[in-house]
Design a protein around this ligand. Structure first.
Ligand code: SAH
Length: 396
């Protein structure tokens, strides 16, 4: 293949995507998952990547600038080195974490999450399908797993079914799952549902922020909005929060949050904490709570991605700001606001500025405690890989 000068520049910067419009010559049509070899105008080798004729990201680069044979050993070496980077997590009593974070670990379009002995492969392009058998073989050599599950990003579900008879949530190898999987995170027990849950079953990316919340929770009334299965709630309870209120639209997620408390009832702090779940729209709940005059000491806002594309950015920022404003209305003077965003289209600076602008309007004072980004197992390897940011601040 040959590509435009602009795309060539990006490859030299090790950017992992080549878009359809950047391709100026190809030797033949190519099938999904075939290896595309890219040469520069002087016929020097540039890169090898996975070809996907149905994606605007036409090639996802595996190997930059130095030729290499892309075989099972090549994939094994990548997975092994990603795994090495996460080894420290085991010392932190954590066996639920991201083993491979796609592009950021040199394996574009591929995510591998681990929940104890269950490994979940999530693919964002069917170009990975021809390689899945290698991946399970590599896992067998590297890890002692019981089950390997495959998850598909929404946009490839149809193609995977019609062309490969591959279903979202299928078991690729090992034992069938007869319910959620239990795993530990910083010594706490949680369940994940790798087959039907959000992402691969749990929001592993918030582990470090949850630990920060734990340290700030002693003696506090905590409100966890967009709680999902109560990750932040359980940490707040272990941190000796007096009460925790978990709010989410999804009653199934809140039922999981209750179970996540129960798994940890051996800890006195978790038993002592009063936990309440409320199935309600976050905006409505905050509005009504403000009207009732009820206040909290610590409010966590961790909403779903608001901006799926560039055209939604403005509205997303307005929604983040609306949430900040509503949260501040239910926050005692001197209370702590923890607000996160997982929209990669919104830069950390724009997000933090947006929160500051709202607080200024309310006439209250903001004292930042910390701005945080990505945890250890979600490294950022290219600009688009950065999505998570979170502000910890005291609001007087
Ligand atoms: N904080 C969670 C992850 C949150 S994911 C954790 O650490 O695990 C976002 C959650 O927001 C989902 O559980 C989804 O059900 C919920 N949600 C989406 N829109 C909502 C709304 N309008 N009101 C309340 N919850 C909502």
């Amino acid at each position: 293949m040959r590509i435009t000068k602009m795309a060539e520049k990006m490859i030299r910067k090790q950017h992992p995507w080549i878009f359809d419009q950047s391709i100026i010559y190809q030797s033949h049509a190519g099938t999904t998952g075939e290896l595309a070899v890219i040469f520069d105008s002087k016929r020097n080798f540039l890169a090898v990547g996975l070809w996907d004729p149905d994606s605007v990201i036409r090639i996802r680069i595996l190997q930059f600038l130095k030729p290499a044979e892309i075989n099972k050993a090549w994939f094994a070496q990548k997975i092994q080195s990603a795994f090495e980077l996460r080894k420290g997590l085991a010392d932190q009593h954590t066996n639920g974490y991201r083993v491979v974070f796609g592009e950021n670990d040199g394996l574009p379009g591929l995510v591998i999450d681990r929940y104890a002995s269950v490994f979940v492969i999530k693919i964002y392009t069917t170009a990975w399908v021809p390689y899945l058998h290698w991946l399970t073989e590599i896992f067998r050599e590297l890890f002692r797993y019981e089950t390997v599950v495959i998850r598909l990003s929404r946009n490839i579900v149809d193609k995977a079914a019609t062309e490969y008879r591959l279903m979202d949530g299928a078991i690729l190898d090992g034992k069938k799952l007869d319910g959620p999987v239990l795993f530990t995170e910083n010594g706490l027990t949680f369940e994940a549902d790798p087959i039907q849950g959000h992402k691969t079953g749990f929001y592993l990316d918030q582990r470090e922020n949850r630990a920060r919340v734990e340290k700030l929770s002693a003696g506090k009334n905590v409100l966890n909005v967009f709680a999902y299965s109560g990750g932040f709630s359980v940490y707040a309870a272990r941190g000796k929060a007096t009460t925790v209120t978990s709010v989410d639209l999804n009653p199934l997620a809140l039922a999981a949050a209750e179970r996540n408390f129960h798994y940890n009832f051996n800890l006195p702090a978790i038993q002592a904490c009063q936990h309440e779940t409320i199935t309600e729209d976050a905006f409505k709940y905050l509005q009504e709570t403000a009207q009732r005059g009820k206040k909290f000491d610590l409010v966590i806002l961790d909403p779903p991605m608001f901006a799926q594309n560039q055209s939604q950015v403005e509205r997303a920022i307005a929604n983040y700001q609306k949430l900040t404003q509503l949260a501040v209305e239910v926050l005692k003077p001197g209370g702590i606001l923890v607000q996160a965003s997982c929209s990669s289209r919104i830069s950390p600076a724009d997000f933090f500025d947006a929160i500051h602008a709202v607080i200024q309007r309310t006439g209250r004072q903001i004292h930042e405690i910390e701005r945080t980004g990505h945890p250890q197992d979600h490294p950022v390897g290219f600009p688009e890989g950065e999505y998570l940011k979170c502000l910890f601040a005291r609001i007087d």
